[in-house]
Write a protein that binds this ligand. Structure first.
Ligand code: HEM
Length: 425
């Protein structure tokens, strides 16, 4: 047979055809496997062979972000639909039921989103990349120093850093986003120095690094790599998110003077009850009820994380549809947080909407379930302390607000960084 073939097309060509088939068949096989659509999956399109709808998805990052890609398909197919992005069949789910299924059932139904490039970026030994028991153990170590007493003990340090940063804003034009990110970067340099110094001195400190180092010493400990990669992840996770939230809240307050007045009244009241230069305490911060509504509404409108990725670890079912094991899931958070039936006039900055409790699982700015943001309390505390000093002492004018977000970044941010001019009030 081979002889006959060689005679028919020439000797060398058979080898070349063999190589081509060898290279091509696995691709065809992968393609066929990825296109085998199991029965009962939601409507939607898997797009082009191999690429799926990845190019459309990437193109949307230049315009309206992930949310605009989802919006278009939601209009066509409904709240739950299938697509194919980054070489993986994907189901997009939304609404309280979707958020419950995608986020809250421990590690039994869903796991992390499984993006290889992001794992490389954040570190394969970091909380972002690890799963189930390893994730649980690491998260416990990290949460121990970002919540509760450990956080309460750090209120004054956060306040001092905020006041030092704000001193540099007086009488100047500042690009809010740059300044808020810069403050965090300065903090990172300090942290790096602390690691070195701590290793040498052996002294005890009440912070994340210490709790990680302690867990490292215990039998169930974190390895050196895990500690380093998690510190980097926390730095990354806490930088653009908090600075973007503060920047956007300043923008929303500038556009809504009535809301700003209400916020200033609250902080003037709080300030009158404190002696001059008396530091804020945990209880005082927790009493700033309007501030927390402003923060919630700011986070809702900021769109810091429009969609949360997960992977189905078993076949799942939602609203009569099947999500097959191994398929990726995107919890479309934006669809719920901008749903006019849940948030009337969803594009308006309206902190008062948080006066009454919302239906469960309709507002999850920090995600949910085992992968919920461990920096939630720290971030809220930082923003509250910042707002207290900022709105109480200063007035500001936004120089030019293009109101446009740069969706090419992991956290969408104002394109111009929000330049403002700051003066004493
Ligand atoms: C306004 C500020 C912040 C917002 C809106 C925010 C939001 C989020 C969201 C939505 C997630 C994904 C949750 C999920 O998939 O269910 C997340 C995860 C995470 N965030 Fe934040 N975050 C903020 C601040 C911070 C800070 C200050 C830190 C660190 C100190 C931090 C560290 C992390 C880490 C490490 C994860 C991954 C958690 C895991 O995989 O278990 N974040 N954040």
């Amino acid at each position: 047979m081979r002889m006959a073939l060689e005679e028919w097309i020439g000797k060398g060509s058979v080898g070349i055809i063999g190589i081509l088939l060898g290279a091509f068949l696995p691709i065809v096989w992968c393609f066929c496997m990825s296109r085998r659509i199991p029965k009962g999956v939601p409507p939607g399109s898997l797009g082009w062979p191999i690429l799926g709808e990845t190019l459309d998805f990437l193109a949307c990052r230049r315009t309206g972000g992930v949310a605009s890609f989802f919006q278009l398909r939601r209009k066509k197919h409904g709240e739950i639909f299938k697509t194919h992005i980054f070489f993986c069949p994907t189901i997009v789910i939304a609404g309280p039921e979707g958020q419950k299924m995608g986020l809250s059932d421990g590690y039994n139904s869903v796991e992390a989103g499984n993006f290889e490039t992001l794992k490389d970026l954040f570190g394969r030994n970091s909380l972002f990349s690890v799963t189930s028991e390893q994730h649980k153990r690491m998260k416990r170590a990290i949460l121990g120093s970002l919540q509760g007493k450990a956080l309460r003990d750090r209120v004054q340090r956060v306040e001092k850093l905020t006041l030092d940063a704000l001193k540099n804003w007086e009488g100047k034009e500042v690009i809010v986003l740059k300044e808020t990110s810069q403050a965090r970067r300065e903090l990172l340099k300090v942290v790096r120095g602390i690691i070195e110094q701590r290793k040498r001195s052996g002294k005890y400190y009440n912070d994340v690094l210490q709790s990680m180092l302690q867990i490292q010493e215990s039998s169930n400990g974190l390895s050196e790599d895990e500690i380093v990669e998690n510190i980097i992840l926390l730095m990354f996770g806490g930088t653009d998110t908090t600075s973007t939230a503060i920047t956007r809240i300043i923008e929303f307050l500038a556009e809504n003077p009535d809301e700003l007045t209400l916020l200033q009244e609250e902080h003037d009241r709080v300030g009158r009850n404190l002696q001059a230069d008396q530091p804020l305490t945990w209880d005082v911060i927790k009493s700033m009820s309007y501030t927390y509504k402003v923060i919630s509404e700011g986070l809702r409108l900021s769109r810091i994380a429009d969609a949360l990725p997960r992977t189905a670890v078993k076949d799942l079912h939602i609203q009569g549809y099947k999500i097959p094991k191994g398929w990726r899931i995107f919890v479309d958070k934006e669809a719920t947080e901008f749903n006019p039936q849940i948030f009337d006039e969803p594009l308006r900055f309206k902190p008062s909407r948080f006066e009454n409790p919302l239906p469960p699982l309709t507002f999850i700015p920090f995600g949910g379930g085992p992968r919920m943001c461990p920096g939630m309390e720290l971030a809220t505390l930082q923003i509250a302390i910042f707002l207290h000093h900022f709105v109480r002492k200063y007035r500001w004018r936004v120089k030019e607000n293009l109101n446009e977000l740069d969706f090419t970044r992991i956290v969408p941010q104002p394109k111009n960084g929000l330049p403002i001019f700051v003066e004493l009030r």
